[in-house]
Design a protein around this ligand. Sequence first.
Ligand SMILES: NC(=O)c1ccc[n+]([C@@H]2O[C@H](COP(=O)([O-])OP(=O)(O)OC[C@H]3O[C@@H](n4cnc5c(N)ncnc54)[C@H](OP(=O)(O)O)[C@@H]3O)[C@@H](O)[C@H]2O)c1
Length: 245
Amino acid sequence: MSHDFKPQANSLSNKIIMVTGAGDGIGREAALQYAKLGATVILLGRTTEKLENVYDEIEALGAPQPAIIPVNLLHMSPEQAQQIAETIETEFGRLDGLLHNASQLGDLSPIETYDIETWQNVMQVNVNATFLLTRFLIPMLRVAPAASVIFTSSGVGNKGRAYWGAYSVSKFATEGLAEVLADELENTSVRVNIINPGATRTNMRAKAYPAENANNLKTPEALMPLYSYLMDDASQSVTGQRFNG
Ligand SMILES: NC(=O)c1ccc[n+]([C@@H]2O[C@H](COP(=O)([O-])OP(=O)(O)OC[C@H]3O[C@@H](n4cnc5c(N)ncnc54)[C@H](OP(=O)(O)O)[C@@H]3O)[C@@H](O)[C@H]2O)c1
């Protein structure tokens, strides 16, 4: 059902959906897909030029005009997260979807010699900034008639693997955050789920596996039935679940 989901035309029209890390890889593809289905997409990421390119692609599709929030999650403060939530309240009055997608890979190295600054940066981007955004956006999600939050994990997010260091630990934390939140919001209109995309042809994958032939990997586009399903009202009663891409 979720993996071969075929969304109806304009199934996300009237929905306001934020995608973090929307400038590249899976986040870019998801932003384009949600826009094609009629959503107003809020593109959050750190490289303005990449976000502007996605913005232009969305405009060229004739989809609803997106919004851009250039922000480096590494330096995200509580005040900045609150400011983002206030901007969304002023501009849109609610948030129907939140795709937590932006992540840092960090280093592939043993814990014994793991670079300490890299560890802290990975945890800051992948966990702390995700928490901050979520915390301040929950009131906006509650206002929506049926809101969907998607957290992005990994194959090393519930089974540790040597040398995956901070990335693996950050994904365990991400899954923990998602499970706690899903439980807290169980009887509300906000659903919370986890996607582990699996090996996908992106820059991050190429950094982790530089010797592999990327042509053998699935494309971000191939994940879009699942990403569409979890933003669609068809998944309204689905919460606290983990999906593999
Ligand atoms: N690809 C895979 O095989 C795979 C497998 C399992 C899980 N995942 C997960 O899937 C998600 C998407 O990964 P991807 O493969 O699409 O990676 P990607 O191609 O590297 O894209 C990640 C996006 O996140 C943004 N980002 C990174 N750090 C940021 C920061 N500090 N502030 C704001 N934005 C930031 C990047 O911005 P810039 O473009 O400006 O760098 C980029 O747009 C991640 O959560 C990843 O852990 C991927």
